[in-house]
Structure formats: structure tokens, C-alpha cells
Ligand binder design. Structure first.
Ligand code: SF4
Ligand code: SF4
Length: 453
């Protein structure tokens, strides 16, 4: 691959020769028998089939375009990482159990029954080597949403007790305590108080009636607490009637990432109920990609009816507030490149918002090659950053991102997702890389004009 100013090089050919496929490991949960695991997986695979999945599974042309879109395949040339192959078990179940020729497939044994060995092997393909980034879905000429089907296949894997241990534990902790990092309501309040003192900013908590409900992700609360102060400074400057709520603050959704729909629903309803209780007209989601996907695009399904409020990712809120003149910012004399979180831009549809914000900040915005909807993933989405055994592969994939960023020669690297930020921080440390990711929202908060009139 190209040399980028001699600072970082990916020698594809040398790496291809040196590539050793990772040892495939799998974890199990619960005490189901082998037969029960297969039965549960199959039952839940089949449960997800509908006319849309049928058209996807019957519509593949085997053109291979998705292979060149997937960072795992591009960085390894390993055919197992071809996106369509990752859902092969799902396809096998469809063809054999419900497809139009299922009877013949079974009768003549054209499609074998899914085995436990395959399910164990596919744990690596559905979790360790898929960030559900949707780049494959975007390029598919048949419009097949492979990323969406990976998420559906994860439901079956969860029910079979066949998901990576760390992801299971994180999702379980979120279900039990309300937060994947164990941030209780008391802890959240403590940290808000700390940030209010430290930054001399008013942070309303548990207001009974407010137009805007602001939420956070545990990663921000624990690792990037300045995000809480930045949110408060922006919403205060915009003159909003707003609040954080201790009974509904956690926007991440590990139920969704793990494949457990019940946990996903519980987490979503907690936020919805808090918003309904205070009569919120808008829920502003934090810098977290999958939180946006969970509420903006799946929230109403979990609620069972249309959401009674508007859902905005913080970058959308910022763009709206700046465009409407509700907040104003000083010009920032820097060159900046922006990493699009997959679930906000490509999969979420909010690609333009961050660019509007950067325009208001007056920075020299240097778009990455394949920026915007075609951006390469950070490698940590879909819960992958929590899976320890996937680190080596994740770091290998991250080199694509390093080249993409370095080629811009920008002074600063920004994003609008704390999960991406965490994944960049980890890889930055691993490679001793010079770029440190910053937050778009924090740049806005730091450069607010005092007088917004
Ligand atoms: S969703 Fe992303 S990581 Fe998963 S198969 Fe598609 S391109 Fe690869
Ligand atoms: S790009 Fe679409 S049609 Fe082509 S192989 Fe992949 S899933 Fe099939």
C-alpha cells in the first residue's frame, strides 16, 4: 500500500506473506447441551427471517464487492473475512429451513444442518471480526444489509450461549446496574458535581419538567468526564430548558451489541421513560455512535410506537444550534481531520452535521480520502473493543485508519464518538502513534462566544 510521507507504511505484500490467521477461540455461557445450543441458535436465526432478509439472502450475486469494503478482509486477504461469508450460517439456516426450496435442500442434503462446530467457529466471524460498521452494506450493488444481518445472527448466538465472554459480562453488567462500567446514579451525580465545580458550570440534574433530556455514555462519564461539562456549557449557552436525569442517563446499549434484545429493550425504555416523564421534546444523545443507532433507528421499535420526542445526536444538535445562531463560536486557527463514527455517519445518516460544525469553527477541515460515508471504521465498534482476544486483529486493521489520518497532515484529529475515541486511544498507545483523538463537542464548548446575542 502507499507510503504516507515516510511516516507510516503498510507493505501489503510483505504483510500478506507474514499473515498468520488468528487462533479461533470461542466462549460459552450457561449449561445448555450441545444439541440445545444448536436448537436455540437455529430457532432464533429462523425467527428473524422475513421477506426482507429473504430478498437479501436470495439476492447475492457473489460479485465480491463487499470483500474489498471490509477492513478485515482488506488487511488480511483472508477469505473467511469476506462479509457475505460471515453470514453463511444464517444463509444455511434460511435455505434449509424456510427458503422456497427448503424441502429439496433438506431432502437432497444440499444444505447441511448447522453444527455446533460451525457455530463455535462463527463466533469469531460474527463478533471478533465484525464491527457492524456497514461499509459492506453501503457498497453492495444489491443493497444487501450484511451488517444488519450480522446483528440478527448475533441474536441466535446470544440465545445459544455462544458469545465472547467479555462482551457477555459487559452487557450483563449493563443490564444489572444500568451501566456497562457500573456507573450508578449516585456515581453519576458525584461526577456531575465534580465537573460543575471544576469547570464552574451549572449542571441541572433531575429537573422535573424540561424540553431537552441530555444523556451520556459510561465511557465519557468514566474516561472523558469533560464531556459532561462541555454538554452543560453548550446547552446553557443555547438557553435550553434542559436536564440530566439520574433515572435515565446511560445512552450506550450493550444489549444491542451482544445480541440480547431483552436487555436492549430495557436500556432503551429507561431513557424513553425518563424523557416522557419530564415532557422532553428532544433527547440529545452523547458522542456515542451505537447509542445513536439504538435510539434514533431502533428506539421506536423497542417502544412499540412512534417516539414522542425528537432524537438528535449531539453533532446534529450542535449543527442545528450553530446554523440557527443559538450558539456562536470563535474561529479556530487549526487544520483538523474528522473521523466519522460508522453508526452516526454511514449507518446513521448524520454525516453532514459534523461538517457544518467544522465550518462554523472556521478550521481548515481536511477530509480524509474515503471520508464521510466511506470512512474506514476505527476497528473497535460492534463491541469488538471489549474483546481481548481480538486485539491483535483489531490493531492490524487500525493501520488502515492510521494511513487515512496521516495522509491529511492535519494538526488535530477529532471525532464524535467516545467508543471510537477509546479505540483510538488504545491503538495510539499500542503503536506509540502521534495523533491523539479529540472531541468535536469539546472543541465547540472550548470556543463558545460568551455573548450569543
Ligand atoms: S459490517 Fe464492517 S466489519 Fe462487518 S463485515 Fe461489513 S465491512 Fe466488515
Ligand atoms: S457485494 Fe452484495 S451481491 Fe456482491 S457478494 Fe457481497 S453481498 Fe453479495
Amino acid at each position: 500500500m502507499t507510503t504516507v510521507d515516510g511516516r507510516h507504511t503498510i507493505d501489503r505484500e510483505a504483510e500478506r506473506i507474514a499473515y498468520k490467521p488468528p487462533e479461533i477461540r470461542h466462549d460459552t455461557q450457561g449449561d445448555l447441551s450441545t444439541e440445545e445450543r444448536v436448537e436455540h441458535a437455529m430457532h432464533h436465526f429462523v425467527k428473524n427471517f422475513n421477506t426482507q432478509t429473504a430478498s437479501y439472502l436470495d439476492g447475492c450475486l457473489h460479485c465480491g464487492m463487499c470483500a474489498d469494503a471490509c477492513h478485515y478482509h482488506v488487511r488480511t486477504d483472508d477469505p473467511r473475512y469476506t462479509p457475505i461469508w460471515k453470514i453463511e450460517l444464517f444463509k444455511q439456516a434460511y435455505k434449509r429451513e424456510v427458503g422456497p426450496f427448503a424441502f429439496f435442500y433438506r431432502l437432497f442434503g444440499f444444505k447441511k444442518k448447522v453444527t455446533i462446530k460451525q457455530l463455535e467457529e462463527w463466533q469469531h466471524l460474527l463478533y471478533d471480526s465484525c464491527t457492524v460498521c456497514g461499509r459492506c452494506s453501503l457498497v453492495c450493488p444489491m443493497g444487501i444489509d450484511i451488517a444488519g444481518m450480522v446483528s440478527m445472527a448475533r441474536h441466535g448466538m446470544f440465545k445459544a450461549g455462544l458469545i465472547p465472554h467479555e462482551l457477555h459480562e459487559t452487557a450483563k453488567k449493563a443490564a444489572e446496574t444500568g451501566s456497562p462500567l457500573g456507573v450508578t446514579a449516585e456515581k453519576f451525580e458525584d461526577r456531575l458535581e465534580w465537573m460543575a465545580d471544576e469547570h464552574d458550570v451549572e449542571i441541572p440534574v433531575d429537573v422535573e419538567q424540561a424540553d431537552v433530556l441530555a444523556c451520556m455514555s459510561s465511557i465519557e462519564i468514566q474516561k472523558y468526564p469533560e464531556s459532561m461539562a462541555a454538554t452543560a456549557r453548550i446547552l446553557n449557552a443555547a438557553g435550553e430548558s434542559w436536564t440530566f436525569r439520574t433515572d435515565g442517563f446511560e445512552a450506550t446499549n450493550f444489549g444491542m451489541l451482544s445480541g440480547n434484545t431483552e436487555w436492549q429493550k430495557e436500556a432503551t425504555l429507561k431513557l424513553i421513560n425518563a424523557a416522557v416523564k419530564i415532557g422532553a421534546k428532544t433527547v440529545v444523545l452523547p458522542e456515542c455512535g451505537h447509542a445513536y443507532m439504538a435510539m434514533r433507528w431502533m428506539g421506536a421499535n423497542m417502544y412499540g410506537k412512534p417516539l414522542p420526542f425528537k432524537v438528535l445526536h449531539i453533532s446534529e444538535y450542535l449543527a442545528d444550534a450553530l446554523n440557527a445562531g443559538k450558539i456562536k463560536v470563535k474561529k479556530v486557527d487549526k487544520s483538523v481531520t474528522y473521523h466519522d463514527p460508522c453508526q452516526v455517519s454511514r449507518r446513521g445518516g448524520a454525516t453532514k452535521a459534523a461538517r457544518d460544525v467544522l465550518k462554523h469553527l472556521g478550521v481548515d477541515h481536511r477530509e480524509m480520502k474515503y471520508g464521510g460515508d466511506y470512512n474506514w471504521c476505527c476497528g473497535g465498534g460492534g463491541g469488538v473493543v471489549t474483546i481481548k482476544r481480538a486485539d491483535e486483529l483489531r490493531h492490524r486493521v487500525f493501520k488502515l485508519k492510521m494511513d487515512q489520518v496521516e495522509a491529511t497532515e492535519a494538526d488535530e484529529l477529532l471525532s464524535s464518538c467516545a467508543n471510537c475515541r477509546q479505540s483510538f486511544d488504545d491503538s495510539q498507545e499500542h503503536f506509540g502513534w502521534k495523533y491523539k483523538m479529540g472531541s468535536l463537542m469539546e472543541m465547540v464548548a472550548e470556543n463558545l462566544e460568551e455573548d450569543n446575542s
